[in-house]
Structures are given as structure tokens and as C-alpha cells.
Design a protein around this ligand. Structure first.
Ligand SMILES: Nc1ncnc2c1ncn2[C@@H]1O[C@H](COP(=O)(O)OP(=O)(O)OP(=O)(O)O)[C@@H](O)[C@H]1O
Ligand SMILES: [Mg+2]
Length: 130
């Protein structure tokens, strides 16, 4: 068992508006030792970000579990950091305001990366329209 252990983790997103569900990640096993530096490679859409979000505790896997130092991951924690693939700051706020944004971590957990991006794009469009 590694420092980080991914055991039989898979993830399925439910379909929206009656559409079919998305099998985002097939059953995956992974063992990472302390101080390992690893890269996860694969074509777009194969589930890399989904796996990272599960390890970060931002997504609950459909099957399997993640252990960090022997303890199950049940949510985000200060023991893990994640650099998101897309924008997760609020571009209309200053750096200080971003830091001060209360509950920003919870907002980040609740909104998908894409939702944050859409929100920012909407705000920029509104700002242009005036
Ligand atoms: N919140 C979501 N709801 C529904 N489907 C999703 C969601 N997030 C990702 N997916 C789908 O799950 C699959 C895996 O997406 P994921 O973002 O994990 O892929 P990826 O390997 O990181 O791709 P890329 O290399 O483009 O970043 C894709 O089909 C994607 O459209
Ligand atoms: Mg990705």
C-alpha cells in the first residue's frame, strides 16, 4: 500500500435532461509512494481531472476508495493541494478580495471547473454590455 492509494475507483456522472450517464473513469488502481513524482497521461476525456478531483476530495467516486496515509479521503483537506485546469479565481475581484472571499473553498468545491469559468465569462459579458 502506497502513501496514496487509489483502489478500484471509478466515476459515473448522471445524465442531464434525461440523457445517458457519462462513464468518466473506469475502475482504476494506483499506488503512489511518499516523494514520488508521477504524471497521468491519456487522451482528452479519459478521466484524468476526474481522478484528481476524487483524490482532492471534490468528487465522491461511484466505486472504490482513496486512502491517504492509510486514512480514507472523504473530502477536501489542507493535506492536499490542487492546481485546477481552468480558472477558479473570480477575475472581477482583486487578489486580496479573492483571498477574503468567505467560503471560497466551499464555493470551489460546489461549482465545477466549467461552471466557474461560465460564471466568469457571463460576468465579463455583462461588464462589456454595461
Ligand atoms: N461535471 C461533469 N458532469 C458530467 N460529465 C463530466 C463532468 N466532468 C467531466 N465530465 C465528463 O467526464 C469525462 C472525463 O472528463 P475529465 O475532465 O476527467 O477528462 P480529462 O482526461 O481531464 O480530459 P482533458 O485532457 O480534456 O482535461 C468526459 O467525458 C467529460 O465530458
Ligand atoms: Mg482534465
Amino acid at each position: 500500500m502506497g502513501f496514496l492509494t487509489v483502489e478500484g475507483v471509478s466515476h459515473r456522472f448522471p445524465g442531464v435532461h434525461g440523457g445517458p450517464p457519462t462513464e468518466a473513469l473506469s475502475r482504476t488502481d494506483l499506488s503512489v509512494e511518499d516523494n514520488d513524482f508521477i504524471a497521468i497521461l491519456g487522451p482528452s476525456g479519459c478521466g484524468k481531472s476526474t481522478l484528481l478531483r476524487i483524490v482532492a476530495g471534490l468528487e465522491t467516486p461511484t466505486t472504490g476508495r482513496v486512502l491517504l496515509d492509510g486514512q480514507p479521503v472523504t473530502g477536501p483537506g489542507p493535506d492536499r493541494g490542487m492546481v485546477f485546469q481552468s480558472y477558479t479565481l473570480f477575475p472581477w475581484l482583486t487578489v486580496e478580495q479573492n483571498i477574503r472571499a468567505r467560503g471560497a473553498a466551499r464555493i470551489r468545491a460546489a461549482l465545477s471547473e466549467d461552471a466557474v469559468w461560465r460564471h466568469a465569462a457571463t460576468h465579463r459579458a455583462r461588464a462589456r454590455i454595461g
